[in-house]
Design a protein around this ligand. Structure first.
Ligand SMILES: Cc1cc2nc3c(=O)[nH]c(=O)nc-3n(C[C@H](O)[C@H](O)[C@H](O)COP(=O)(O)OP(=O)(O)OC[C@H]3O[C@@H](n4cnc5c(N)ncnc54)[C@H](O)[C@@H]3O)c2cc1C
Length: 349
C-alpha cells in the first residue's frame, strides 16, 4: 500500500495486485487493531534498536539508507499531512489517535482512490516469470500482466489468513534467490509450568525478561510487559527475548521473567509456531538485494519491500517502519530509473 501510494505520488504507471478481497488485512491486526505504525525516535536510535548483541546486525546494515531517507519522523509527518490525528505514547510509540488501525489503511485507500491508482483485489499472483528481452509476466489464475519492473511486497508467512503466506519468497526462490529459512519472530514461549498457566490472562506491565547462558551470563534483557497465557508466556519483553534467542540460534538457554515480585526461571522454552508470529525471521537474502535501490542484484527489474526480505525488528512500530521505508526506497529507485533523479522535498511519501 505504501509503495503504491508512493508510486501514485510519482505518477508511475503501475498496478497493485492483492491476493485478498481487501487491502491491509495484517495492518488491521497490528497492535490489537490499534496500529503502532512507528516510533518517534531519531534514525540513529531506530537503527541501534534493530541490533541484537552478538548478532551481525544484517537488518540495521541493510536498511540504514532506507531508514535515513524515510525516518520515523518523516512517516509521522506524512500521516499528519493527511490530517490523521496521532497519539504519541510515553515510550514514543505512535498510533492513530482514535486507536483504529483502519484509519491507516483507509488513508492509503484514499490516496490510491484519489489518484486513480489501479488496484486488483482478490487476485492471488501464482507466479512471476522473466520475459525474453526483459521484463516479467506476473500471472494470476485469470490473467497475466507484463511489466518492466516488479516489486514483491507480499510480506512474511505468519497469520496466513491475512494473505501473507510466503508466496513472495517462493517466487524469489524460483527466480534464483536464496531464502534464509523462515522462523517465528516476536512470539510467545511455551511452558506447562503451573506458576504461569494457573495465572493465564494476567498481565504484568512493568515486568522484565532475561536470556541467560548455561554458565549464568545474561545474554539479553528487555524491560516491558510479560503476560501469562494458557500456553506459556508472551508480552513485549518475552517477544524481544524470543527474537534474540532465534537470531542467536540458541538451543541451550535459560529465560527468567519477573512477575511482580516473583522471579521465575525456565530452561529451553520452545517458540509458538510461525503462523502465530508477529513477524517472520528469514526471507529473501539481503546479500542479493541492493540496499540503495531494493533491486535484486541477480535479476534486474525485480524489487523487494518489507517483510518478504530477511529483515525484522523488535516490537514497537519497527516492522511497519521497515516496510514503509524499504517500499519508499524501491519506488524512488524505479522512478529514478524512469525519470532520472528528481528532488521533491514536498513529497509526503
Ligand atoms: C498480530 C500482529 C501485530 C502486529 N503489530 C505490529 C505493530 O503494532 N507495529 C508494527 O510495526 N508491526 C506490527 N506487526 C508486523 C507488521 O504487521 C508487518 O511487519 C507488516 O505488515 C509487513 O508489511 P508487508 O507489507 O511487508 O507485508 P503484509 O502487511 O503482510 O502485506 C503483504 C500483502 O501481500 C499480499 N500478498 C501475499 N501474497 C500474495 C500473492 N501471491 N498475490 C497477491 N498478493 C499477495 C497479502 O495478502 C498482503 O496484503 C504485527 C504483526 C502481527 C501479525
Amino acid at each position: 500500500m505504501f509503495a503504491s501510494a508512493a508510486a501514485a505520488e510519482r505518477a508511475l504507471r503501475a498496478v497493485l495486485i492483492e491476493r485478498k478481497a481487501r487491502l491491509g488485512s495484517k495492518v488491521l491486526m497490528t497492535a490489537n487493531g490499534r496500529c503502532n505504525f512507528t516510533k518517534d525516535i531519531s534514525p540513529d536510535d531506530f537503527l541501534r534498536d534493530l541490533k541484537l548483541p552478538g548478532n551481525p546486525h544484517t537488518t540495521a546494515k541493510f536498511t540504514e539508507r532506507a531508514i535515513r531517507e524515510c525516518p520515523p519522523r518523516k512517516i509521522i509527518a506524512g500521516f499528519k499531512s493527511l490530517n490523521i490525528p496521532l497519539r504519541r505514547m510515553a515510550d514514543a510509540r505512535m498510533f492513530p489517535a482514535n486507536g483504529q488501525a483502519s484509519t491507516i489503511v483507509h488513508a492509503f485507500g484514499d490516496i490510491l482512490r484519489e489518484s486513480a491508482f489501479p488496484i486488483i483485489t482478490n487476485a492471488p499472483v501464482n507466479g512471476i516469470s522473466r520475459l525474453e528481452g526483459g521484463g516479467f509476466a506476473v500471472e494470476t489464475r485469470n490473467f497475466a500482466i507484463c511489466a518492466k519492473n516488479v516489486l514483491i511486497a507480499t510480506g512474511g508467512a505468519s497469520y496466513p489468513k491475512t494473505g501473507s503466506v510466503g508466496d513472495g519468497q517462493k517466487f524469489a526462490a524460483a527466480l534464483g534467490h536464496r531464502i534464509v529459512p523462515l522462523r517465528s519472530g516476536l512470539i510467545g514461549l511455551e511452558t506447562n509450568d503451573r506458576r504461569i498457566t494457573s495465572r493465564a490472562g494476567a498481565r504484568f506491565e512493568e515486568a522484565r525478561a532475561k536470556v541467560i547462558s548455561p554458565d549464568g551470563r545474561t545474554l539479553y534483557e528487555h524491560r516491558g510487559e510479560v503476560d501469562c497465557e494458557a500456553f506459556g508466556i508472551s508480552g513485549a519483553a518475552v517477544y524481544n527475548c524470543q527474537r534474540f534467542i532465534t537470531h542467536a540460534g540458541l538451543r541451550d538457554f535459560e529465560i527468567e521473567v519477573w512477575l511482580g515480585k516473583d522471579r521465575i526461571r525456565f530452561r529451553n522454552l520452545k517458540s509458538r509456531p510461525l503462523k502465530e508470529a508477529i513477524v517472520t525471521i528469514g526471507g529473501v537474502d539481503t546479500n542479493e538485494i541492493n540496499p540503495e535501490t531494493m533491486e535484486s542484484k541477480i535479476i534486474p527489474g525485480l524489487y523487494f519491500a518489507g517483510e518478504v526480505m530477511d529483515i525484522d525488528g523488535p516490537t514497537g512500530g519497527y516492522n511497519l517502519t521497515l516496510a514503509f521505508a524499504t517500499a519508499r526506497k524501491a519506488v524512488a529507485a524505479i522512478s529514478e530509473k524512469k525519470h532520472g533523479k528528481t528532488h521533491h522535498n514536498h513529497r509526503k511519501l
